[in-house]
Unconditional design. Structure first.
Length: 153
């Protein structure tokens, strides 16, 4: 295996309520299922304990939340990742880059990633994270937006 792989899951945006397009629920569920299937496969492979998966949105600036319009969720998985750990350290996208550089033994590319917090708090000293088993899908991926949609919360 190469030491670094980049994987892009392209169904991470919805098409809103555009007629005959997948519903927002179907779009999000499709992307979540893809991530789950990938983690299930990788975590049951012989390279799981040496792997790190970093999952992040590609454009979190598309809509403010109650704190900051630039906030985004980053999820990490791998053999050395602490299980059930939530880290409230303020990270940026360059923090993710810095973590990758440190793991790969690469020098920082710029002053921004050199000064970024790495994700070191999220890792254990020994690989003990169990494999992930993908959960059954609970949303119909074929649901389309119709002329009249009913909200299903």
């Amino acid at each position: 295996m190469p030491r670094f792989n980049s994987l892009r899951l392209i169904n991470d945006h919805t098409e809103g309520l555009s007629l005959n397009k997948p519903t927002p629920f179907a779009h999000v569920a499709d992307n979540d299922l893809a991530v789950g299937m990938f983690l299930d496969y990788l975590s049951h492979s012989p390279i799981w304990n040496e792997s790190l998966v970093i999952t992040v949105e590609d454009d979190a600036q598309n809509g403010p939340d109650h704190v900051d319009a630039h906030r985004s969720v980053a999820l990490i998985a791998g053999g050395f990742v602490k299980q059930g750990f939530v880290d409230h350290t303020p990270y940026t996208t360059t923090s993710l880059l810095r973590t990758m550089e440190l793991i790969l033994g690469l020098p920082p590319m710029t002053q921004y990633d050199a000064a970024s917090n790495s994700l070191w708090r999220c890792f254990s000293n020994t690989p003990d994270h169990p494999p992930y088993t993908v959960k059954p899908i609970q949303v119909n991926l074929n649901d389309k937006n119709m002329a009249e949609n009913k909200c299903r919360l």
